[in-house]
Ligand binder design. Sequence first.
Ligand SMILES: [Zn+2]
Length: 113
Amino acid sequence: MGHHHQDILNRVECWRDRLSTVEKTGYGSYSGQAEKKHRRRKIRIMNITTDLSEALKRIEELEHELEVSNGLLKDRDALLNAIPLCPAHGLCFPHALEWIEQVKTLSRIISGL
Ligand SMILES: [Zn+2]
């Protein structure tokens, strides 16, 4: 998990701690109204924590997927860079396939097959 994500989770965790400290020390002079307000706030923060964890998990997944995609693109570019560029498009897959077909034909002619 990235530092940034961990920082966000730590801050939410800190809020949860503060809320539970209020609970442990008792509501004391809290009126019933204030206690109700506190409980509502707590539920909200618990929900935020859950949503946030889910969101951060999804971000981690997407970052991983992106890494994989970038790896594939790098492989693709390396392959395209290994052959002459397409006159019209530069790095171009249809051109690459056509070029390989021509080389295969040429190789058949050279080897007399
Ligand atoms: Zn092309």
